[in-house]
Design a protein around this ligand. Structure first.
Ligand code: SF4
Ligand code: SF4
Ligand code: FES
Length: 262
């Protein structure tokens, strides 16, 4: 699939409704999208689209424009459009990002042509275009038991925790399971059996929770061959996290918990 689409911004598009007029102040941006259709895998490849972009747009707006006006077959996930649901992770200009959190003002340069590449995140099977099969990612998440484990003794009121104890795992509560970290990890690319940073972040969230009694169980799981010792501390995951979680630090804390007492 190599054809570049010759868009006429204010005219009718061959496969969608007439495009709206280009808004004043918009810059035409070339979007290069890696397309894959499981019904015609041999045709996989880059396809280019011309899309008007305002500095106030988010990158997701451009994908929605392509789907709405230029090519309804383009397939990608999105839901909240506000960086909360974690569904629109993709590789934008070679780095993992959420499409809805990328601001077009950071791409546009006055008088300069702008080309932006977008591909699916790596390390998970591609289903179509920018949509990957997230099941292997969620299998690893489920494997670390990401829920409160207690031995009974239901309290009659909420389980009390000090502010200091709560702070211990505050950073890792922010995960939205977008997979930006895990699919930026070279170890995960090489061998998908590694649990990956997101699963470890979510194990960390409970291992260091003073109300939880399943820490040793999770540490035993992460001590296995596909666990934390596979991490090479390259920080790709931390750089990729749209929530600013100190992912590599959390992994180091789990390693330390395995070596020493918590
Ligand atoms: S720090 Fe570890 S988990 Fe994160 S990207 Fe590097 S190897 Fe992967
Ligand atoms: S740790 Fe960050 S990058 Fe990884 S899944 Fe959670 S929110 Fe996404
Ligand atoms: S669409 Fe929900 S995080 Fe981007």
């Amino acid at each position: 699939m190599t054809a570049a689409v010759d868009n006429k911004p204010a005219g009718p598009s061959p496969s969608g409704p007439a495009q709206p007029p280009v808004p004043p102040g918009a810059t035409m941006v070339t979007l290069k999208i890696y397309r894959f259709n499981p019904e015609n895998p041999d045709a996989a490849g880059w396809q280019s689209y011309q899309v008007p972009a305002l500095p106030t747009d988010r990158f997701l707006n451009l994908l929605l424009y392509v789907k709405g006006y230029l090519d309804g077959t383009l397939t990608f996930r999105r839901s909240c459009a506000h960086g909360v649901c974690g569904s629109d992770a993709m590789r934008i200009n070679g780095v993992n990002r959420l499409a809805c959190k990328m601001l077009m003002k950071d791409f546009l340069r006055e008088g300069k042509d702008v080309t932006i590449t977008v591909e699916p995140i790596r390390g998970l099977p591609v289903e179509k275009d920018l949509v990957v099969d997230m099941e292997p990612f969620f299998d690893a998440y489920r494997a670390v038991k990401p829920y409160l484990i207690t031995s009974g003794n239901e309290p009659t009121r909420e389980r009390i925790q000090s502010a200091t104890d709560r702070h211990r795992f505050d950073d890792t509560t922010k995960c939205i399971l977008c997979a930006c970290c895990t699919t930026s990890c070279p170890v995960y690319w090489m061998d998908g059996s590694y649990f990956g940073p997101a699963a470890i972040v979510n194990a960390h969230r409970f291992i260091f929770d003073s109300r939880d009694e399943g820490a040793q169980e999770r540490l035993d799981i992460l001590n296995e061959a596909e666990g934390v010792w596979r991490c090479r501390t390259t920080f790709n995951c931390t750089d990729a996290c749209p929530r600013g979680i100190q992912v590599t630090k959390a992994i180091q804390e789990v390693k330390r918990a395995l070596l020493f007492s918590r």
